[in-house]
Design a protein around this ligand. Structure first.
Ligand code: ADP
Ligand code: ADP
Ligand code: ZN
Length: 212
């Protein structure tokens, strides 16, 4: 199974990635998480990515494509994968198609539709585990113990790029760069659209149904 999770910032991709991974028994990868891991480890890639992430811009295609392709090299041996947040540009989608040409291509693209006002509420209250990057929300999905991750006990922090100014820019970039990718998959006809504005458990149910 090769699955892509798409949707604007805050639509619930990260939250649902681990659920989908447990359903279909393959590994999941978030390009944003990989950039943040590089940042935490102070790598050259991390330093470069930060200059774009801080402004709410996309990291250049060549860098992003290389990073994701090397992840795919490793995980394809498991028979599939879930990509959270890649591809976000037409060039990235083309690179992925070229890479999967001959091995069956993408099986399903899942798009989380959420109205903009709801996205802003979610991003302004999002907190993230510093160790395993599990997302929580102060109000909608709080951790059991204040300030600590349910899964690994790591401490929780707010992302710098979840500030109001940067969120506005990220939503704009999504409309410009990623809406055309959604249209491309709509044209191919392998996209499943989910109402991502419903509560987390209800979204899980829709995913379970959609993935059979
Ligand atoms: P979101 O919660 O907005 O979906 P992510 O955590 O997935 O954010 O990504 C954080 C940042 O990492 C993005 O704003 C962008 O700068 C960079 N990034 C992540 N994925 C990509 C990608 N596929 N192409 C370019 N930049 C990316
Ligand atoms: P993305 O990876 O698409 O940027 P996240 O999964 O990080 O989005 O979710 C953004 C924020 O919204 C997080 O704080 C998360 O806890 C919360 N959230 C995710 N799904 C839902 C939902 N269905 N209802 C309410 N809040 C949600
Ligand atoms: Zn954790």
């Amino acid at each position: 199974m090769k699955i892509i999770l798409m949707g604007p910032p805050g639509s619930g991709k990260g939250t649902q990635a681990s659920f989908v991974a447990s359903l279909v028994q393959v590994n999941s990868m978030s390009s944003g998480d990989l950039f943040r891991e590089n940042l935490a480890n102070d790598t050259e890639l991390g330093k470069l990515a930060k200059t774009y992430m801080d402004q709410g811009k996309y990291v250049p295609d060549d860098v992003t494509i290389n990073m994701v392709m090397s992840w795919i090299e490793d995980s394809e041996n498991n028979g599939g994968f879930i990509l959270d947040g890649f591809p976000r540009t037409l060039s990235q989608a083309q690179a992925l198609d070229d890479r999967l040409n001959g091995v069956g291509g993408i099986d399903k693209v899942i798009l989380f539709n959420v109205p903009e006002l709801e996205l802003i509420k979610r991003l302004s209250g999002r907190i993230l585990c510093r160790k395993c990057q599990t997302p929580y929300h102060k109000e909608f999905s709080p951790p059991t113990n204040d300030g600590a991750c349910d899964k690994c006990g790591g401490d929780l922090f707010q992302r710098d790029d979840d500030s109001e100014v940067v969120v506005k820019e990220r939503l704009k970039v999504y409309r410009q760069e990623t809406d055309p990718v959604v249209e491309r998959y709509r044209g191919i006809g392998n996209i499943l659209e989910i109402d991502g504005s419903l509560p987390i458990r209800v979204v899980e149910k829709s995913l379970r149904t959609a993935l059979g």
